[in-house]
Each structure stands twice: as C-alpha cells, then as structure tokens.
Design a protein. Sequence first.
Length: 254
Amino acid sequence: MRPVLFEIYGLKIYGYGLMIAIGIIVAIYLTEKLGKENDYSADDVFSLTLYVLIGGVLGGKILYLIIQYKDFIKDPLEFILNFGEGFVIYGSIIGGIISVYLFCKKKQFNILTTLDLLIPGVAIAQGFGRVGCFFAGCCYGKLTDSILGCVFNSPFTPDNSRRYPTQLFLSGFDFMLGLFLLWYRAKHKKEENKNGRVLALYLILKSIGRFLIEFLRDDPRGSVGYLSSAQFIGIFGFCIGLVLFIYKNKKREV
C-alpha cells in the first residue's frame, strides 16, 4: 500500500486523491464525447458534471452516516473533521441520479438519455477510485493464502496480513463494465426508445458484481442481517435495473 505516492517540493500526492481526480477527468472526457451525439454543449457537460459531483459526494456521505449512525452519535466531531473519509458508493449513485434529475428539470433534458451519457464514464471513474482504495489500504478483503492475495501494510490493517485485494477486483470489474456499456451504447445507438437501457444494464451488472465481491471483503462496514449494506441495497438496484431493461425492450418491440 502507498497512501502517499510521491512528493513534489514537499507537497504530498496521495494515491486515493490522484486516482479520484483521474477518474473524474476521464468521466468528463467520455461524457463530453458522447454528449456531442445528442447535441449537448461543452457547457452543458461541465454543468452536469458539477451537479453529479456535488450530488455524488453528498449522497455517499449521507448514506455512510446513516449506516454508521452509532459511531456518528458517539463522536460527531470526528466525522465532520474527517469529511473526506467514509463514503458509500450506492449513496453516491443515488445522490448522482437525484442531481441529474434536478439538472434535467432545469434544462428540460430527457433524464434517461442524460443518465445513459453519464453511466459509462461513471463506471470507469469508479474503477480508478478503487485503485485509489488499494493505494490507501481501505476496503480490504479476507485473510488468504491464495496467490491472489497480497500483504496489506496500511493504517487500516496494521497487522501486515495477507488478504484478498478486493479493491482491485472491484476496479477490474468497473473498468470492464464501463467498456461493455460503451460498446453496448455504440451498437444500439440507432435504435428507437434506447434511452434508459445503458442505465438499466449498469444497475443490473453493478449490483451482481458488487454482491459477489462483497463476500470476500473483511473491512468494517454496515450490515442488514446476513448481508452487507451494499449487498442489501444491491438487491433493489438489480430489481430496478431489470424492470427498466425489460420495459424498454418491450417498448422497442411494440
């Protein structure tokens, strides 16, 4: 693990922050490129990205506070001072979707079309974010002697134990998901009533991938019964995505 990748004249460059920044830049580039196909201007894409960033950060933090409410009640000041730590990806997704809705309502854009433009870049940005998690050493996996494991020597796992690098598993999955969605969108871009299907596929596949990888994680996080909070929320994400995808395909066939 390398929380600090390097220093430039005494300025520490943190791996997590750098990967997040790269992910945002890539997401903006992809969204702007796809947006041109639907007559979105560069200003529209910039404003949309700003909305999504704010909504994603607030949504991820709010859901984290809800899940970890007991710790928050014990020491709320620590949560405020360490605002940059502790986010839940599904909260960021929900917050991002709400922000897109508000943006589309203001601009009178189609919300499903707009989300389809954003989602491939979002998936790839999440892939970079998970690489940042690996550098930081958080979101780690269970103990293992497998060749897939690696030694964690971060502040989050001070025992220098060998664990599954679940951050990299999630990162690889997110990159492949983003590329698949780009391919799917390009293949079906000439079809009518296609809007919403990229979003639907993201919700379906993201929920499945995250649900499975969660079984390998071992870091402290919220739970609902025998499921982690991410798995529990993912069930709803999968159902919503499946219903949307089936509805859009039926509508296309009519």
